[in-house]
Design a protein around this ligand. Structure first.
Ligand code: SPV
Ligand code: MN
Length: 632
């Protein structure tokens, strides 16, 4: 298919692999594989189709290469990343950008295209030498749908290939059936773990780079193993998709998709939710009794005038710390089963079972973990105690294992119709537990763009520091923040109906510094929002939206959780705090100005208008406005 690569590919591939590659009749795919076969120089290349045999081969190779190890239970394996490779490498994740675009992209860790490409190609040169590489085809979103983005992954890590097999829909057949005029519109990912040690960990972390080429929808990841750095289909693809969505008029968001199920009528109402990390995203997506479509990334499209969503993925790459039988029963039960699961950076105990921090069980005092052979009290090179598992240790699991998986919603080629959006931050003193926005636009500007998460005693650094996290998407927004926010606003133009937008905050503290509701209270806020979507509850106005009446919440707490909710707690939690809100809006303005010197004027004006309205309310009602007293 290209005389430049034919002989080389035939030499590195079995006849069968070569046939699978050429059967696609996709020049772009062929040239991509050819270019990196030559440049990264693996010993062999295995091309996968969607067959069970190829899935099994990937699992076998991940074990044979020592990147994963069998655990006691059937199907369970463990993988370790290098000690310095257990979270996303933000500093070395960069956009390679054409000169005319450099100014526009300057707050986004951009490097000039030629310079960046030269550097990454030098690092990639012969990086697969002596190794066996694999090529696999996946889709973001369901195949054969308006949402589908076909992707090709070329990697020398069988752990990465295995993770992607669990997390993404297979798409060799989709590639096979693509029409000629569709064949160019694909995402391409080249990854090499580089040199690996005996535990399968990348060694040359000083040369770890993740470079994104938005012009060509291609991402280079070198010398990394942690999935957030290596799995092309996850956050690399998300950055490409956000940019593509911006150009094409749809949205890619860092959001779960779930259905709230009304207990009596069984009515299902779909919500998508954005929560910065450690603000309750997974636990909201998985509230017992509701249904889950996806937990991390959603695409939204206007289909026939409706706001529709798909889950981009088919699995969960979830934080395992503190997953236990009482807080996350659905997940925990599945982590205990003999089924295909990859545990990363947890402890492999002497009984060959996985153990992690906060699992709610006795844990061994020795074994193998993210640091190597480990026993209680071991310190790392900096004299820090090595914990039983890393704080960012994870499980990789198919979503359809979950009893509350919404198979129908997940498989819908046109996506599900979203009636509510949730934006949930973490603050101890400003945002009420749940509030509805008067309009979609107000929701995007006052709920989504203002999201923040506050550090707690449990995180490193000073307590109470707020990190701006617009749309909980800051690490992935791949073009200027103001433009992205304007595109969020524009998205619903011409739709028959806009979703209602709600803020949530599970972390408001009492004056004594205590949480005032149980962890399950989120179920109440969700069901109130669900009722509002169907016009069911009255509410009180605030300067930024509508809050619940006490009587409705009291009943919901009783019916759903059998808990008593006092009027005193209600009044405290739902008081509107004027100065706190003005400060929050000022911080949002400052953050946007720092990230983007071209924030559209209409956005800034909307914030100024909100600040003026809140100031007027403060004059009239006082700084702390109790529920029911504000009259607009
Ligand atoms: C996140 O950090 O938002 C994740 C995990 O979902 S990672 O794959 O590292 O991005
Ligand atoms: Mn995420």
């Amino acid at each position: 298919m290209n005389p430049k690569y034919d002989a080389l590919l035939k030499e590195k591939m079995s006849e069968k692999s070569y046939e699978k590659l050429t059967a696609l009749k996709n020049q772009k795919v062929y040239d991509f594989v050819g270019l990196f076969a030559e440049h990264c120089n693996p010993a062999t290349i295995y091309v996968c189709d969607d067959s069970a045999a190829d899935e099994a081969y990937i699992r076998e190779q991940a074990l044979a290469k020592g990147e994963e190890h069998k655990l006691a239970k059937e199907g369970q394996t463990i993988h370790w990343d290098g000690y310095g490779d257990q979270a996303r490498d933000k500093a070395n994740t960069k956009y390679i950008v054409t000169p005319e675009n450099m100014e526009r992209m300057k707050s986004l860790n951009a490097v000039p295209f030629d310079e960046g490409q030269k550097e990454i190609m030098e690092i990639a040169k012969d990086n697969m030498k002596g190794k066996d590489a694999v090529v696999k085809f996946f889709a973001e979103g369901p195949t054969g749908s308006p949402f589908t983005i076909p992707c090709i992954q070329f990697t020398d890590s069988w752990y990465v290939a295995h993770s992607e097999s669990i997390l993404y829909r297979p798409a060799y057949d989709h590639f096979l059936n693509m029409k000629d005029d569709e064949k160019d519109d694909i995402f391409r990912f080249i990854h090499s773990a580089g040199e690996q040690d005996e535990r399968g960990c990348s060694v040359n972390l000083d040369k770890r780079r993740i470079y994104m080429d938005l012009q060509n929808n291609m991402v280079y990841s070198q010398n990394a193993q942690y999935a957030g750095n290596s799995v092309g289909l996850k956050k690399h693809s998300m950055r490409l998709a956000i940019n593509k969505a911006g150009e094409e008029g749809w949205l890619c968001e860092h959001m779960f998709v779930m259905a709230v199920v009304e207990p009596e009528s069984k009515r299902q109402t779909y919500f998508a939710g954005a929560y910065p990390s450690a603000c309750g995203k997974t636990s909201t997506a998985m509230v017992p009794g509701e249904k889950v479509v996806g937990d991390d990334i959603a695409y939204f499209r206007n289909i026939d005038g409706e706001f529709r969503a798909v889950n981009v993925e088919q699995g969960i790459f979830g934080i395992i710390k503190d997953v236990n039988s009482s807080d996350d029963p659905v997940i925990f039960e599945n982590l205990k089963k003999g089924q295909e699961l990859i545990f990363s950076n947890v402890l492999q105990g002497p009984d060959n079972n996985p153990y992690w921090t906060g699992m709610g069980e006795d844990t061994p005092t020795e074994g193998n973990n993210h640091h190597g052979a480990w026993k209680l009290g071991d310190k790392d090179a900096n004299g820090k105690d090595v914990t039983i598992s890393h704080a960012n240790s994870r499980y990789t699991m198919r979503l359809d294992y979950l009893a509350n998986f919404d198979k129908e919603g997940f498989e819908a080629k046109q996506g599900v119709k979203v009636d509510g959006l949730l934006y949930g931050g973490r603050d101890s003193d400003t945002t009420v537990p749940v509030e509805e926005s008067p309009s979609y636009a107000s929701g995007i500007l006052l709920k989504a763009a203002t999201l923040e998460s506050e550090t707690t005693a449990a995180t490193l650094g000073a307590e109470g520091v707020r990190t701006a996290s617009p749309m909980a998407n800051m690490d992935f927004v791949s073009y200027p923040l103001g433009e992205y926010t304007a595109n969020n606003l524009k998205f619903t133009e011409g739709m028959k109906e806009e979703p209602k937008v709600f803020s949530t905050n599970y972390f408001m503290l009492s004056p004594e510094g205590k949480f005032m509701t149980s962890k399950l209270a989120k179920k109440v806020w969700l069901h109130w929002a669900e009722g509002r979507v169907h016009g069911e509850y009255e509410g009180y106005k605030t300067p930024t939206g509508t809050i619940p009446l006490y009587a409705d919440l009291k009943k919901l707490f009783k019916d759903l959780l059998n808990e008593d909710f006092s009027e005193e707690d209600y009044t405290y939690l739902f008081t509107f705090r004027c100065t706190k809100w003005i400060e929050k809006l000022e911080r949002t303005k400052a953050f946007f100005a720092k990230m983007d010197n071209n924030v559209p004027a209409h956005i800034i004006e909307a914030w100024d208008k909100a600040i003026a309205e809140i100031s007027a309310a403060k004059e009239k009602y006082g700084d702390q406005i109790k529920p029911g007293t504000f009259k607009g």
